[in-house]
Design a protein around this ligand. Sequence first.
Ligand SMILES: C[S@@+](CC[C@H](N)C(=O)[O-])C[C@H]1O[C@@H](n2cnc3c(N)ncnc32)[C@H](O)[C@@H]1O
Length: 260
Amino acid sequence: MSESQGTAELKATRPDYGNWVSTRLLYITGVPGVLLLGLAIPFPILMIGAIPFLLAFAYFLYARRQFSPTGGNVQARIHQLVVDRLDWAGEGKALDIGCGNGPLTIKVAQRFPRAQVTGIDYWGGMWKYSKDVCERNAEREGVAGRVTFQKASAAALPFPDECFDAAVSNLVFHEVGGIREKRDVVKEALRVVKKGGSFAFQDLFRMKKAYGDMDDLLETIRRWGIESVQYLDTSDLASLPKALRLPFMVGTIGILYGKK
Ligand SMILES: C[S@@+](CC[C@H](N)C(=O)[O-])C[C@H]1O[C@@H](n2cnc3c(N)ncnc32)[C@H](O)[C@@H]1O
């Protein structure tokens, strides 16, 4: 088998979990950067415009490589942190809110072999994720019989109260629109968890503008009648490269976890 055949075959059997740095981001920084650099030859003043674009392009290229499974594999390490915090016996049904291409949904199904896992996402906007890719990934990872994917919004989950034994989510809540406060997304996620059920939600919870003060957030969640809730700062645990610890990347990640 030739090397290129081998690479093509590997691609066809490997899951595609996408990358949190999209190729679009590379284009919108790289193309103007290169154009301005070209124009700077006759008009050197334009170099001032080219430099920020080229620096941003180099940064996003680096971040994309770090997130990729063939680079630093940071995305998979970040997903693992959520599964590690889910204190659950694995009997019954779990929900992954904002599943993207399904990496966390599938990780939960692999970690808990007796569980049925549902992944929901609205699969729109800037992300190139889809239900079809989720289903193909589940097949490739050998869990297709125990996972289902469904289009839905995290702002108003189409499930009755207290119908899941466990719920997880990764880097979704801060993006959810159509809701008054980001805290309400947490409340909506907890609504569908059974009393005594487990949850582990990772997001940019230290973004004060979105979630307010952490102690106040934890106090508020307890007032909703949640039996136990704790916060863990995870930006150190995933051994993130320093350059990814900027607030607009994953520098403010943490997990809210506990039992309802
Ligand atoms: C950074 S990606 C994370 C995807 C996945 N959880 C992961 O860890 O790879 C954010 C995801 O949130 C989803 N999302 C944003 N707003 C949503 C909403 N209102 N309802 C459901 N999903 C949403 C996007 O479609 C996207 O898949």
